[in-house]
Design a protein around this ligand. Structure first.
Ligand code: NAD
Length: 419
């Protein structure tokens, strides 16, 4: 498995942020040691018969960080460059994200080193089922609840739920979230992370006595999260001026229509050569002039190499870990506000929590109820972080992490150490 260079090593980023905040808040050494380490890291081999008839063994993982506040929860990522360091960082961040929004889960993350673009549907299904079987002993509605992440979706979750149920002996919808509606999914889950980003963007803009009307927005990564954020922000009055996928991006300073670009993407499989827009690279996209920049692709996108070239006044972290600690310092010096991932993209895990509650009760809510509850929870969390930051003169990231870690530390303290 390849190791990432130190500079874009997501685990180093997560650890640097945790070390900084734990010192600032005088976290007791015992608690620091518990939270710096992981409850469990499982590596599995996923042998699969390919369409060609040969057998290929893929490498899979499930990383569980801390369950002080509830069962583990976190997405499943399929990516050819996935590393254990990525997953450790993402699992730790999930602990903070759940704690910050008072969602009663602990952090986890999992995935398989594979390139889904090169796999048939049948191969993807066999990989998913064999992986689920391999991690079966440590997942479950009361233990650890996976969800979709990069390159996985509701179909992946349906295969996971079915495989888990077949091996357990009863139908277990609560084992995963982000499922299709007809097997216990929640209305509003598919768009929840993007809608949450739109609510958080509105709250952040409101603090400078502005509205979203005509603000220019750039979104890197127009997948599940980015495209939903684009759709809702456009509905709220923003102008989406540039977007991208891994194949590159498009730019029109007068604005792009969400529906038109999605229709073009469905027909062409890429945004390239979209009419009335200029083709740009992902590096160029980040440095364009705009009011709001939403990195919604992968981690480590804004680094010390490009932070001084960012022209946005507000960065909303749609992806997990898109801004490195060195870049954070540069951006803060340039008075660019960064709304951190554990706050900005918490909409997904919040509605996952709603899905888990609905599955447990076998009683399902209407979309309006889901979205109203999501908005209330996110606005309350944003206001809590914003007031703390203002009062203590800390950045939004430091404030969000302090509030989140404090709640986990309190849970650890009151539970005590077993045995
Ligand atoms: P996705 O696979 O649906 O979309 C990812 C998008 O990023 C795609 O458009 C892809 O082409 C693009 N991309 C990949 N590499 C890129 C690169 N180097 N430059 C530019 N674009 C690139 O994944 P997603 O579910 O939308 O997740 C995106 C991010 O949001 C991830 O960091 C994920 O961890 C985070 N996130 C997802 C959820 C969720 O509910 N899906 C929740 C919270 C956070």
């Amino acid at each position: 498995m390849p190791k990432k260079p130190e500079e874009d090593n997501p685990w180093q980023t997560a650890l640097t942020q945790f070390n900084y905040v734990s010192k600032l808040m005088n976290l007791p050494e015992d608690t620091y040691q518990l939270l710096k380490n992981f409850s469990r890291i499982l590596t599995v081999s996923v042998p699969v018969r390919m369409d060609s008839g040969s057998v290929v063994s893929f490498e899979g993982f499930r990383v569980q960080h801390c369950s002080a506040k509830g069962p583990y929860k976190g997405g499943i990522r399929y990516h050819p460059e996935l590393t254990l360091e990525d997953l450790k960082a993402l699992a730790m961040e999930m602990t903070w994200k759940c704690s910050l929004a008072d969602v009663p889960f602990g952090g986890a993350k999992g995935g398989i080193v594979c390139d889904p673009k090169k796999l048939s549907r049948g191969e993807l299904e066999r990989i998913t089922r064999r992986y689920t079987y391999a991690i079966h002993p440590i997942i479950g509605a009361d233990k650890d609840i996976p969800a979709p992440d990069v390159n996985t979706n509701e179909q992946t979750m349906a295969w996971m739920m079915d495989t888990y149920s077949m091996n357990t002996g009863f139908c277990a919808p609560g084992v995963v979230t982000g499922k299709p509606l007809n097997i216990g999914g929640s209305l509003g889950r598919a768009d929840a992370t993007g809608l949450g980003i739109a609510f958080i963007t509105a709250s952040a803009v409101q603090q400078s006595n502005k509205t979203l009307k005509n603000l220019k927005v750039i979104i890197q990564g127009y997948g599940n999260v980015g495209s939903a954020a684009g759709k809702f922000l456009e509905e709220m009055g923003c102008k989406i001026v540039a977007i991208s996928s891994s194949g590159g991006g498009i730019y029109n300073p007068r604005g792009l229509s969400h529906n038109a670009i999605m229709e073009y993407y469905r027909g062409n499989g890429s945004f390239k050569h979209f009419p009335l827009a200029e083709n740009i690279t992902n590096a160029e996209l980040l440095e364009l002039s705009c009011d709001i920049l939403i990195p919604a692709a992968l981690g480590g996108q804004i680094t010390k190499k490009n932070a001084d070239k960012i022209k946005a006044k507000l960065i909303i972290e749609g992806a997990n870990g898109p801004v490195t600690p060195e870049a954070d310092e540069i951006l803060s010096g340039r008075k660019i506000t960064v709304v951190p991932d554990i706050l900005a993209n918490a909409g997904g895990v919040i509605v996952s929590y709603f899905e888990w509650v609905q599955d447990a009760q076998c009683y399902f809510w209407c979309k309006h109820e889901v979205n109203v509850k999501l908005r209330m929870l996110l606005e309350r969390t944003f206001n809590e972080v914003y007031s703390f930051a203002k009062e203590n003169k800390y950045s939004l990231r430091t404030s969000a992490m302090m509030l989140a870690i404090k709640k986990v530390a309190e849970a650890i303290a009151v539970r005590g150490l077993f045995p």
